[in-house]
Design a protein around this ligand. Structure first.
Ligand code: PLP
Length: 362
């Protein structure tokens, strides 16, 4: 590979498209004649405002975001959103959550600090290896929203059909699937994603929120920074934003437009994931950890069934240049995160390595 780079299967921060890194390198010392690096610019300067507005416009274009939604660039990563969502959206103090794995569990734990949380469905009974049927949930009339984690990064399950919210606002954590496939934004009240999984550098979340959910009447103890309206009213420039992350994400948005948008990206992701899943389905040693119907295109947990052998696989693949295949510390086993920027050749080469391991350990 160029630059001696490796295939990095990390769950995040993760790979970025090589052409994007090259563009960033080329603009590092002097961004388009400004005489400055983007890291050195005032966030109030005209040149940075252009970067910000272009990033937002490109994202709107990519996702087809309707005009009655705001796009916010918020610091604090994904975790801050676990608190910002209930702080801003709990008007009646009631919310419904679907428990499908580690990240929805964290969201539930945080939301409980702010109100009455109903866990309306859970896949805990089979260790979070599927998405429960959510076509007829028991949703109280006064619920403020229904919350899902649309792709569970650690457990490797993805929603195929959105829940029937019975007219209530749908909130989705799309962190580990953001921009991996087309998305009908109008079905949601709020979508958020930490960008370090599928888009850019760590330290920021993109929030897409329907305008009528912005509020003037939050309790006074809610920090100014944590009111979505603060960011909406100031075009994400209330305070100094994560300028660098916005710039890098903007580059990735342009890259996605160049390759044909989210439809084209989705096709690539389907083909790429198929290489790995087909191997897992044919292997005698390795097997996928989740139910087929709910398999994630982004995060692929798999096991040999023997923890010592799993550890051996991690060491073996690492020595061959495939980094970060160890499963999350809470679930063990193996996991390959194959986000947008992972090339198909990377998955093919890694699968060859697993085949070799299997042959040697038969
Ligand atoms: C990584 C991740 C988060 C948390 O993001 P941080 O930026 O580390 O706080 C939340 N939800 C999902 C689905 C994630 O993958």
């Amino acid at each position: 590979m160029k630059y001696d780079r490796i295939y990095n299967f990390s769950a995040g921060p993760a790979m970025m498209p090589e052409s994007v890194l090259e563009e960033i390198r080329d603009e590092m010392m002097n961004y388009r004649g400004s005489g400055m690096c983007v890291m050195e610019m005032s966030h109030r300067s005209k040149v940075f405002e252009e970067i910000l507005h272009e990033a937002e416009a490109d994202l709107r274009d990519l996702m087809g975001i309707p005009d009655n939604y705001k796009v916010l660039f918020v610091q604090g990563g994904g975790t801050l959103q676990f608190a910002m969502v209930p702080m801003n959206l709990m008007k009646n103090g009631v919310a419904c959550y679907v428990e499908t794995g580690a990240w929805s569990k964290k969201a539930i734990a945080e939301a409980k600090k702010y109100g009455d949380v109903h866990v309306v469905a859970s896949s805990k009974d089979r260790n979070y290896t599927y998405i429960p049927d959510c076509s007829d949930l028991d949703i109280p009339d006064n619920t403020d929203y229904v919350y899902i984690c649309e792709n569970e990064t650690i457990h490797g399950v993805t929603w195929q059909t959105l829940p029937n919210t019975k007219g209530h606002v749908l909130v989705s954590d799309q962190s580990s699937m953001f921009l991996s496939q087309p998305c009908d934004v109008s079905k949601y009240g709020l979508i958020w994603g930490g960008v370090q999984k599928n888009v850019g550098p760590a330290g920021m979340a993109v929030v897409i929120i329907r305008e009528d959910l912005l509020r003037d009447d939050l309790p006074s103890y809610v920090p100014i920074y944590m009111n979505y309206k603060t960011h909406a009213d100031s075009d994400s420039l209330y305070n100094t934003p994560n300028c660098w992350a916005i710039y890098c994400c903007g580059k990735v948005f342009q890259y996605l437009k160049r390759i044909g948008g989210l439809e084209a990206m989705h096709q690539r992701n389907i083909e790429k994931a198929k290489v790995l899943y087909d191997f897992l389905d044919s292997s005698k040693l390795f097997k996928g950890a989740v139910e087929k119907e709910f398999r994630s295109l982004m995060n692929v947990p798999f096991v040999t069934g023997d923890a010592d052998l799993d550890a051996k696989v991690v060491a073996y693949t690492k020595a061959a240049g495939f980094e970060n295949l160890k499963g999350h510390r809470t679930v063990g086993g193996l996991r390959a995160s194959i986000y947008n920027a992972m090339p198909k050749e990377g998955v093919e080469a890694m699968v060859e390595c697993l085949k070799k391991f299997e042959a040697e350990n038969a």
